[in-house]
Design a protein around this ligand. Structure first.
Ligand SMILES: [Zn+2]
Length: 242
């Protein structure tokens, strides 16, 4: 494996000043999740780390000597695959212990090989989806409701927003309304029927989201959304049959 393969595999798209979207376009749409890179003053932030099929670190616009804080929004396979590549690994309290071993029952890693067409292009010659596994990535800091992630000049508050998964967290900058929401809310088909999903919890999460001061949100799947679109998505979920 080399950096050229990673550069072909990932797609980097600027979203707004200091924020890049990183995607894996050749992964099956069901597992092709969004990663977000944010340039901070004293530290940069990476939210989620994709499938871990090819090294992610080589394609990030890192600055020598500047810390990179990496946050996993939840332990599902399409969000934690490359977490092991980084030294500052932050993730949710609810699933914290599991990051040390990445048990298949928590990451659902088998879901990848079970897809009819897991990838539309091979990441490298000889790629064998049946050998796919998530590498352990013990957390170096556990995040719980109300904790803060400070980049210098910008500080995010951690919100615990269960429903899609019990451990789903999001990062909200209350000062300027920037929201990294993982799979707590995103502008695409919301998944609430996994073995560890909880529809009652998801409804409480959506009611809470209706009141959040969000200017622009970046979810784990789908396009970016503004506050009005976010409230429409949450209200749409709440309008479903209970
Ligand atoms: Zn998920």
């Amino acid at each position: 494996m080399n950096n050229e393969q990673s550069r072909r595999w990932f797609r980097v798209t600027p979203l707004e000043a200091g924020v890049d979207l990183i995607g894996e376009p050749f992964v099956h749409p069901y597992l092709s999740a969004n990663m977000h890179f944010l340039r901070g003053r004293d530290a940069d932030l990476l939210v989620d780390t994709g499938m871990g099929i090819l090294p992610l670190a080589p394609i990030l616009p890192l600055t020598q000597g500047k810390p990179l804080i990496v946050v996993a929004t939840h332990i599902h396979l399409d969000h934690v695959g490359s977490l092991h590549e980084f030294s500052d690994r932050l993730g949710p309290q609810e699933s914290a212990a599991a990051f040390a071993t990445m048990p298949a029952g928590k990451t659902y890693e088998a879901a990848f090989a079970n897809l009819d067409e897991p990838v539309t292009e091979l990441p490298y010659e000889g790629f064998d989806v049946s050998a796919y596994a998530i590498r352990p990535a013990p957390l170096t800091r556990v995040l719980d409701e109300g904790d803060t992630v400070d980049l210098g000049g910008r500080r995010f508050t951690v919100l615990h927003l269960p429903g899609h998964s019990p451990d789903s967290i999001a990062l909200l900058d209350e000062a300027d309304g920037l929201f990294f929401s993982g799979d707590a809310i995103y502008d695409d088909l919301l998944i609430d029927d996994l073995p560890d999903s909880d529809r009652g919890a998801y409804r409480r999460t959506m009611r809470r989201i209706l009141d959040l001061p969000v200017r622009r949100g970046f979810g784990g799947h789908g396009p970016a959304y503004d506050g009005a679109r976010m409230r429409a998505i949450a209200a749409g979920y709440l309008a479903r049959d209970g």
